[in-house]
Design a protein around this ligand. Structure first.
Ligand code: SAM
Length: 283
């Protein structure tokens, strides 16, 4: 299939035709560099025939890159004007390609027909973490993904225990799988140019089955408590949840093989899971 990607001129023409003034609120920074689009698609190892989920297709830059690789795409877009124009853009630039558009806030999506295998997206900056966690939770068919996010946020997501930027997004993301950086992306590939750097991060689903929804909730509650007071030792930070006082909490931590004097920022996902398994919250 012959596909032509969008360059700077096409992006400006499309925006002018739609009378779109990109908004910060919706993180509307559109990629106008075909090289960056192909880099994202190659990093995601998109293969012909795969069903890919994209969040925030915007004017269609990345969508066309995914279609060029032979994927079928389901795209979730909150902005009705952009969503309404996308099928026409695809018909013009990638005739015959398979695209489904869902007009919605990605945070409200409960299901995506056709079980997409990968999430590939240039995510809106201000909701990137909640969108990622929501979709990974709702769509277990997603085995892998590559997303572009604000560099500072991406560095937090891929961080491991002991890193200065390791925090609750790191542990929550690790509940679903393993994450790594696939490199920074310069500001100039976007229109309008954002005032922060971006990073590509890559996700692979964990090979062991995820725990139950009940276990996930417990892990996330513990993680929120641990990082809510990240300078405190776990025996203190977790005592409102796990025990009547620091001494009782120490016993629960020790029973899970965790040093009660450790801080949340040094503990990995497997330890948080063991702790959550040992914790029996009162109903
Ligand atoms: N993928 C396009 C590209 O690379 O040029 C646009 C990416 S732009 C960074 C983010 C896109 O996400 C915009 O099209 C915006 O309208 C859309 N968006 C913002 N918030 C959203 C949400 N909660 N759910 C779905 N789409 C959203």
């Amino acid at each position: 299939m012959s596909v032509s990607l969008l360059g700077a001129n096409e992006i400006r023409e499309l925006a002018a035709e739609l009378d779109v003034t990109p908004t910060k609120k919706l993180g509307q920074n559109f990629v106008h560099d075909p090289g960056t689009v192909r880099r994202i698609v190659q990093t995601a190892k998109v293969r012909s025939g795969e069903h890919i989920l994209e969040v925030g297709p915007g004017l269609g830059s990345l969508t066309l890159g995914l279609l060029e690789a032979g994927a079928s795409v389901t795209a979730i877009e909150i902005d009705e004007r952009l969503a309404a124009r996308l099928p026409q853009t695809v018909a013009e630039h990638a005739p015959g390609a398979q695209l489904d558009v869902i007009v919605s806030d990605a945070l409200q999506v409960q299901d995506v027909p056709g079980e997409p295998v990968a999430l590939v997206a240039n995510l809106p900056y201000n909701v990137s973490v909640p969108v990622l966690l929501h979709l990974l939770e709702r769509l277990p068919s997603l085995e892998r993904g590559v997303v572009m996010v604000q560099a500072e946020v991406g560095e937090r997501i891929v961080a491991g225990p002991g890193s200065k930027v390791y925090g609750s997004p790191s542990v929550k993301a690790a509940w679903y799988g393993s994450w790594s950086s696939a490199g920074l992306v310069g500001r100039k590939v976007f229109w309008p140019v954002p005032n922060v750097d971006s990073i590509l991060i890559s996700y692979t689903e964990r090979d062991t089955p995820r725990g139950s929804e009940e276990l996930r909730r417990k892990v996330f509650r513990i993680v929120d408590a641990a990082f809510g007071q990240r300078r405190k030792m776990l025996r203190q930070a977790l005592s409102p949840l796990l025990g009547e006082n620091a001494a009782a909490t120490s016993l629960v931590l020790e029973a899970s093989g965790i040093d009660p004097t450790a801080r949340g920022e040094t503990v990995g996902i497997d330890d948080y899971v063991r702790l959550a398994e040992a914790w029996q919250p009162e109903a």
